[in-house]
Design a protein around this ligand. Structure first.
Ligand code: DGP
Length: 115
């Protein structure tokens, strides 16, 4: 747990946040500033600053998260029409919170490429 990290605080239940899903390794909660009708964040409980900071020992954690995302997507009702999974990384990627997270975005058609 990093003291200054808002997502560590959310994962540790130090900030009131409604979890859509929680297990030993990860939590899922609504984005405070939704970009689409459905917009949730998937985070590991472990503090990892971004995708580039993943270590070999995080392999099982990442596999677990990726294998759980389809269940979350189904729970959110996004399986039929689809969704977008995004990992913003560092400045050019638009990352604003330095704790690895996956955005699940859905509920409307999204254009490509991003602006
Ligand atoms: P990114 O730009 O990829 O780092 O996305 C960070 C997202 O986190 C952004 O869409 C807003 C969201 N966010 C920031 N602070 C909080 C918070 O305290 N609670 C919740 N639920 N979401 C937050």
């Amino acid at each position: 747990m990093h003291q200054d990290c808002i997502f560590c605080k959310i994962a540790a239940k130090q900030l009131p946040t409604q979890f859509i899903y929680e297990d030993e390794f990860m939590v899922v909660f609504p984005d405070i500033n939704p970009a689409t009708p459905v917009h949730v964040l998937v985070i590991p409980k472990k503090h990892i600053a971004n995708l580039l900071e993943l270590q070999p020992e995080d392999k099982d954690l990442v596999a677990h998260i990726m294998m759980t995302i389809p269940k979350i997507v189904s729970q959110l009702g996004l399986s039929e029409n689809g969704f977008r999974l995004v990992v913003n990384t560092k400045e050019n990627g638009g990352q604003t919170v330095n704790h690895l997270h996956w955005h699940i975005l859905g509920g409307r058609f999204m254009t490509w490429p991003p602006g």
